[in-house]
Design a protein around this ligand. Sequence first.
Ligand code: GDP
Ligand code: MG
Length: 209
Amino acid sequence: MTGLNGQRMDANVVVLGTDNVGKSALIVRFLTRRFIGEYGDIESLYTHSVVVDRREQTLNIWDAPYSQDLSSESLMCEKRVQWADGFVLVYSICDRSSFNAVSRLIQIIKITKDFLGFEKMPIVIVGNKRDLHHRRTVLSEEGRLLALSADCQFYEVSAAENYHSVLVVFHGLVDRIRESRVSVKKLAGIKGIVKSMSAVFARRRTDSL
Ligand code: GDP
Ligand code: MG
């Protein structure tokens, strides 16, 4: 979809993370404001309208399956990066291995993005199940540091207890996606100028020969 000023108004978001971290719970919370407890594990694609800065924006949210096998995860990643405008990477604060998986996923996404020649891929890291702090095995600082080192946003939330924090995650990502579109446009503009300048110089050089 294209807006009045030519800017695309839709965004594709992939939600990824190991099993049981609460990916489906987060998405359902965002879409319906409810927490229903059990979600099954069906891969789903949701479409949702959000209003950001008084403009309606369509979000397509892919509740993606996770593969333990790193090479098939890398293979699937190419398809996902091609489709996505942004990623939500989820771990549980009570599950260290899910945190390690997020750190691997960031690397795979970055390698794939560079391989495909994409400029930017906004990523939000989410530490879920904050309500289970008595079972915490991943410190908030670890999440924050990972986000800092990978230039991602970071939030700790509880899909079970809080709608607002989940809302902030998706709105934060939508903002980043919009910013990245503006900067890509700017970059394309600069590249265009450089191209035409070098064309002028090339012509001058041949003129003077
Ligand atoms: P997925 O496999 O990543 O999609 O995880 P689910 O959304 O199916 O959630 C896995 C389990 O964790 C379910 O039993 C949820 O009820 C539970 N769960 C999800 N989010 C939270 C949360 O924020 N706090 C608590 N205590 N449980 C949660
Ligand atoms: Mg699920």
